[in-house]
Design a protein around this ligand. Structure first.
Ligand SMILES: [Fe+2]
Length: 496
């Protein structure tokens, strides 16, 4: 049997362990309060068929499992940077996968969904997801990293029904730009030919691909979606996400009347009606044969808006989703599975990983504005540089200075002292990206921000160091109290 058939069979075998779920929500435990949200939905008679829960503390996730015994749960992971060629060289990666498996087991999750994106590359850190380089080699590396995670889940992750969670790879959003040498849907087709993973198709992310790859200048949205779905491995899509889009606060609404808005992924914002039209188009596609679930992704959104949007979406889409899932079930039943062996993949050569690591170092330098756009993967981006310019000029400084902790609020006295000396905080952005740093901890943007700011103050205004240290200590203590310390120990392998 050719390898790709073998991999497809492996996927099919794993898919059989996931029942059709229908419509649900992708949520955060804390924001908004999950129990308040579920109560409100129950009062309105629209309890979700399942919940996909974002990574939280293990204690919080255990509480969710116990408090909602009648709702199937799935897991939205974070912090496994599977796009990165050097991730498997770090013990932190195995520690992070171990923690993920512990959490999957605690909630008896059906799958591990993870964005095909990163917040750290080649020693540079970002606050929000950066999409992969869309190249052939990059796709091979993603597939190899997925296989490693899937194998760890196979060994250590077991539900009561004996099945291991399935790795689902989510196509990430674009934030004003994209870089690479192959089209986005082709990239995902290469991955699914090499790894037995499922996929999450996020309708809002798909819109950003239309908006920021130049497709919106050539095609209508409907035509673009049709072409995209013709190439994307839709037969691997297990879950669909739909969420809000909005203009970023650092940029605002000002666009020319003829232009599409410069929306980016924004879970707190209302879901634009245009995305529901795209959802209809996707659900009607004949290749969508593995669908199990559709979630409104609603973390950080006001509860009233969630309930209203969800009730309306159930009314409008439930029958269509049931139809789509039934069509898939018929196709599955007609399929004979020949093998029950797990797939293995050729390892990616060390020299190729090193090459890609160099490409990602350049990627980080380019998008943070330190280096000019050179290399074939930047050819199209450089030809239309408005998007990348926005990212470098507005988005990145906002991320370092304001997002995930506003520096002026975190270090009020130190920032006043710096201002008196004429030291602008924008110099901190340059400092942040000046050189790569070896990673010594699992990713935590808030703690990293504190650490880097203390280094910056030590270098630029050493007499403010004591004050900065005191302010940093208060922040760290409050943060530690808010988060339990999660034991990075894997759960014992189940036997028998
Ligand atoms: Fe999503």
């Amino acid at each position: 049997m050719p390898d790709s058939d073998f991999i497809q069979q492996d996927f099919q075998r794993r898919l059989r362990n996931i029942p059709p779920l229908g419509m649900g929500l992708s949520v955060d435990v804390y924001s908004p309060d999950l129990f308040e949200l579920v109560n409100m939905l129950r009062e309105q008679g629209v309890q979700p068929s399942y919940l996909e829960v974002f990574k939280a503390t293990t204690t919080a996730l255990t509480t969710v499992r116990q408090a909602l015994p009648d709702i199937p749960l799935a897991y939205h992971g974070e912090g496994l940077w599977i796009t990165q060629p050097d991730v498997q060289a770090s013990p932190l990666f195995y520690q992070d996968v171990g923690e993920t498996v512990t959490q999957l087991n605690r909630i008896q999750s059906l799958w591990l969904n993870h964005e095909c994106a990163t917040k750290q590359m080649a020693g540079y850190s970002f606050g929000t997801y950066v999409p992969p380089l869309y190249t052939r080699l990059s796709a091979e590396v993603v597939a190899a990293n997925i296989m490693t995670v899937q194998q760890m889940m196979d060994r250590q992750g077991r539900r009561a029904d004996g099945a291991a969670p399935l790795f689902l790879l989510e196509m990430p959003p674009l934030t004003y730009f994209s870089a690479g040498t192959i089209p986005v849907p082709h990239f995902f087709r290469l991955i699914t030919a090499l790894a037995p993973c499922g996929l999450v198709l996020d309708i809002g992310h798909l819109w950003t691909v239309y908006r920021y790859t130049g497709a919106c200048r050539r095609l209508s949205l409907e035509r673009f979606v049709e072409e995209f779905l013709g190439e994307f491995p839709l037969e691997r899509v297990v879950e669909i996400h739909i969420a809000g889009l909005a203009c970023h606060e650092s940029i605002g609404e000002s666009t020319g009347a003829a232009e599409l808005p410069e929306w980016i992924d924004a879970h707190a914002a209302p879901i634009p009606s245009i995305l529901f039209r795209v959802l209809e188009q996707v659900l009607a596609h004949q290749n969508l044969v593995s669908l199990r679930a559709v979630a409104l992704e609603v973390d950080t959104k006001p509860i009233e808006m969630i309930v209203e949007e969800y009730a309306e979406a159930v009314r409008r889409f439930s029958p269509l989703i049931q139809q789509t899932m039934a069509r898939g079930a018929a196709v599955e039943q007609s399929m004979e599975l020949l093998s029950d062996q797990a797939s293995v993949q050729e390892p990616v050569r060390q020299s190729d990983r090193q090459q890609l690591r160099d490409d990602y170092a350049r990627y980080a330098q380019i998008i943070s504005g330190q280096a000019a756009m050179t290399g074939p993967e930047w050819h199209d981006t450089a030809a239309e540089p408005a998007g990348i310019t926005r990212y470098r000029t507005f988005y990145v400084p906002h991320e370092i200075l304001n997002w995930g902790g506003d520096l002026a609020a975190m270090f009020p006295q130190t920032c006043r002292t710096l201002a008196e000396r004429g030291i602008s905080l924008t110099e901190f952005v340059t400092f942040w990206f000046r050189s790569p740093r070896p990673l010594t901890h699992s990713y935590d943007f808030f703690l990293l921000k504190i650490e880097r700011f203390l280094e910056f103050v030590t270098e630029r205004a050493s007499d403010a160091q004591v004050c900065a240290q005191q302010e940093g200590d208060i922040l760290r203590q409050a943060y530690a109290q808010a988060n339990e310390v999660v034991e990075p120990v894997m759960e014992m392998e189940r036997t028998g």
